[in-house]
Write a protein that binds this ligand. Sequence first.
Ligand SMILES: Cc1cc2nc3c(=O)[nH]c(=O)nc-3n(C[C@H](O)[C@H](O)[C@H](O)COP(=O)(O)OP(=O)(O)OC[C@H]3O[C@@H](n4cnc5c(N)ncnc54)[C@H](O)[C@@H]3O)c2cc1C
Length: 435
Amino acid sequence: MSTDLEPVPSSAAPVIVVGGGQSGLAAARALRELRMPAVILEASDRPAGSWPRYYDSLRLFSPAGYSSMPGMPFPGAPDRYPGRDEVAGYLERYAARLGVEIRTRTRVQTVRQDGREFIVVPDRGRTLRASGIVAASGSFSSPYRPSFPGEEGFTGGLSHVADYRNPAPYAGQRVIVVGAGDSAAQVANELAPVAAVTLATRHPVRFIPQRLGGQDVHYWLRESGFDTLPAEWLSKITGGSVVTDSVGFQQTLAAGLVDRRPMFTALDGNQVVWSDGRREPVDAIILATGYRPSLDYLRELGALDADAAPIHVRGISSTHVGLVYLGLEYQRSFASNTLRGVSADARAVIAPLVAWIRDAPAKVGLGARDYVDTYQSEWQVHRYGRGTRADSEDQAPRRRTAVRADRLPRGAARAGGPPGRGRQGPRRPCPAAAH
Ligand SMILES: Cc1cc2nc3c(=O)[nH]c(=O)nc-3n(C[C@H](O)[C@H](O)[C@H](O)COP(=O)(O)OP(=O)(O)OC[C@H]3O[C@@H](n4cnc5c(N)ncnc54)[C@H](O)[C@@H]3O)c2cc1C
């Protein structure tokens, strides 16, 4: 890694980065580049994210040459596909050379706001004051499990792919893998030689081939600009989730070693009930049904919606100034939640975070002069310009910019206005600056 980063002044409250995976490390690197003090709090015992907990045979779908963090190339030949433990080791070495304080075995319990700063409460050690928060805590600890009619009485094994390590426990069994994403395809493929496997999906699986025109698909994702397409367009373009076929799953399907069926409709005793009404005993169902962001510690702050999802625009909180997210799926693009994409996202969210902390609004004559006028029934925020024509012309109507406070990020209202008088809980992405 390049070691040309300046030492960071440490008098101000640091930015607290929650999570020491690739997202937290990318955030810390971007903060270092802007000379902003940062502390990473990581729940596990090493700054390697969730990689050590992924299944044993995992190999990256992205070649080493497309899996590097800034300043430290992934070691070895650029066209090979590194394994799980190599990625974990690489991230740990990256963390060690970052020059940022990392507190492992420290789980953030909750975050509170205090004026324009935050109070971070970990499960051990002292409470910390933070000038900003980067929520980079991934999603692996929040597996999403859909429920099925008859599930309570199901006597087979029903687990999430987050708990899958290797095929050994499934040898000789009848197994249904549920899902149409990378993990579903990889696990079904790995189980095929030892078990009778069906992939159950709501829609046909859509594949991106690993190689096209003699190049790894990641070459084309970059060259074509696909990785820059905004998340808002992607669902329209791709029509749902796609699988990078890094393990030859299409051949496995074509050879009949795994069959794909529409989703089953119910469970009953030891059986699944298929959509055509047929019933079949199964030993195990593995749900590769995805994850939800692990952000429980932001619940008290009011930064999440009713489904515990972050309220944000491209990783910038729409509820709290000074709070940003990193590593959300499709945060900005197809590459967002990947090694190749996370650092561009980090720069995109860290720049405005640092601008806020360094008081950019005050430097253009705003910030502390904003306040929430609680006497207005419409909950307007007035910004009075100093020395503007409207201010100096005696009877001219007072110039004001009206912004509904319920559309303001909470920190913006609180930071300048009377404490506790800002209306709580804006629920749609609408940055104050847009008004
Ligand atoms: C099976 C699988 C295979 C994948 N394969 C690839 C691939 O080949 N190539 C690729 O680019 N991407 C791949 N990804 C996607 C993505 O790169 C990884 O999921 C990656 O681990 C995400 O990094 P992250 O830092 O955002 O989250 P994580 O790796 O999950 O790291 C988050 C960290 O936050 C910590 N944490 C959580 N909550 C708290 C808290 N309250 N306080 C403190 N710390 C906390 C966790 O302990 C964890 O270390 C894969 C994902 C999965 C699930």
